[in-house]
Design a protein around this ligand. Structure first.
Ligand SMILES: C[S@@+](CC[C@H](N)C(=O)[O-])C[C@H]1O[C@@H](n2cnc3c(N)ncnc32)[C@H](O)[C@@H]1O
Length: 256
């Protein structure tokens, strides 16, 4: 009834389906971080889904509730490159200690750290967050707005070297007394040097840099640690957001 050929085709077909299932299963089981780095296509729309999740699960005007919802999304739905709750506590502690008036963030993404910083500022404190991507800048603004922090946080589209000097001058801002560096890791050092060369960080200012180990900013770490006369630094060994991977946050005081 069945020819040898049709039986062979059937066996190959079943094997292909089973193999494909195994591949799919193993992909699902890969660490989220790796999946994330592996395929941008696979996570298209993730930031919009995060925003929807915030609107469905967080209380409007309650920054902590917004942070909790984003953290829950990062742990249970899709991995996100926010500073997250563990490293976020290091950031919050430094903000509460310093009570900065004029904060700069480089890299806003969906606005998680924008909310975290905005809610920890003194009454007269303000955050300027520079974000390269129009799309992320738009989402970050909506997150910050939902948290009720629009008056304390301004998201500026562009990069430090292209937009910041003009922005600072046209808004009459003093040098920043707190900087959170959390954008493209290859640009940490060059953007720090740009800020220093243009006197955009006040002496005594605090510089917090995320992802020193993962994905890693080795040149930044080497430079800052190599200039102890300029920076007093504490390295916090910690975990990558929504993961058990090792990471580090550097906290440096600009001495002069
Ligand atoms: C790790 S995410 C920021 C996460 C965010 N700070 C948080 O904790 O919620 C990095 C962000 O930096 C942005 N970015 C990349 N290169 C940049 C640059 N040269 N200047 C400003 N933003 C940049 C990316 O678009 C991305 O949104």
């Amino acid at each position: 009834m069945f020819s040898i050929n049709s039986i062979f085709v059937l066996i190959v077909g079943v094997a292909a389906v089973l193999f494909d299932r195994r591949i799919q299963k193993s992909l699902v089981n890969l660490p989220r971080v790796f999946c994330n780095a592996m395929s941008v296509e696979a996570i298209a729309g993730r930031e919009e889904r995060c925003l929807d999740y915030i609107r469905t699960n967080a209380e409007q005007g309650k920054p902590q509730s917004v942070l909790d919802a984003i953290d829950r999304f990062g742990w249970t739905q899709e991995w996100l490159m926010n500073v997250g709750e563990t490293k976020g506590v290091i950031l919050t502690d430094e903000l509460l200690k310093k009570q900065p008036k004029n904060v700069l963030e480089i890299g806003a993404f969906v606005g998680y750290s924008g909310v975290r910083i905005g809610m920890s500022l003194p009454v007269d404190g303000h955050l300027t967050s520079v974000e390269l991507s129009n799309k992320y800048a738009g989402i970050a603004r909506q997150t910050v707005d939902y948290a009720g922090l629009s008056s304390k946080v301004t998201i500026v589209e562009g990069t430090v070297s292209t937009v910041l000097k003009d922005y600072v001058q046209s808004n009459g801002l003093p040098p920043f007394d707190f900087v959170f560096i959390d954008h493209a890791k290859d640009y940490y050092l060059s953007d720090l040097l740009y800020l220093l060369d243009n006197s955009l960080i006040a002496p005594g200012g605090i510089i917090v840099a995320d992802n020193i180990i993962y994905p890693g900013a080795p040149d930044y770490r080497e430079y800052v640690n190599g200039h102890p006369e300029r920076f007093r630094t504490v390295e916090h060994l910690t975990k990558l957001e929504y993961s058990e991977k090792e990471d580090m946050v550097m906290v440096s005081e600009l001495l002069h």
